[in-house]
Ligand binder design. Structure first.
Ligand SMILES: [Fe+2]
Ligand SMILES: [Fe+2]
Length: 157
């Protein structure tokens, strides 16, 4: 993941967007890896995806969205609520994908995983287009630094 201080970080002023979009890309790559596997190997990658999605959603729901609500009040409220709702839908979809896999139904697994990927990509794009920009603009710089320091040092899995 690109750190704010790494040489490939070239967009000052969009720290939150860069950090979270980079994690989005890593998580989508894990879904793509799962789609190339079957059986127990697919289940292992799906479990990794589930853990990484939960970590990312927890960062947003416990740290980022509350900071956005403090800084931008009502402007952040509606998008944060709809992103929380989509997190719940994504969790439900993971359970559906897992059920197809556990039932040994390869066709269902492939179809459901493709659906999950599409929903995930749409969710990520919505956050990147609206919410992260608002966070970078509205949250005080010192608080952004503190948030990113906290998240950058959290364990990966
Ligand atoms: Fe999210
Ligand atoms: Fe996100």
């Amino acid at each position: 993941m690109a750190s704010r201080t790494s040489p490939d970080f070239k967009d000052p002023g969009r720290w939150i967007e860069a950090f979270f979009a980079s994690d989005h890309a890593e998580i989508v790559a894990i879904v793509d890896e799962a789609s190339r596997r079957r059986g127990a190997a697919a289940a292992a990658v799906l479990d990794l995806f589930h853990r990484r999605l939960e970590r990312h959603a927890a960062w947003e729901e416990s740290v980022l969205f509350p900071a956005a609500a403090r800084a931008a009040a009502r402007r952040a409220q509606e998008p944060a609520e709809s992103m929380r709702r989509e997190h719940r839908e994504l969790r439900e979809l993971i359970a559906v994908v897992r059920a197809g896999l556990d039932a040994g139904d390869e066709g269902a697994f492939v179809r459901r995983l493709a659906d999950l990927r599409e929903r995930l990509v749409r969710h990520n794009a919505a956050e990147e287009a609206a919410l992260y920009r608002l966070c970078d603009e509205a949250i005080p710089r010192g608080e952004i630094d503190a948030i990113l320091r906290l998240l950058e040092t959290s364990p990966k899995d």
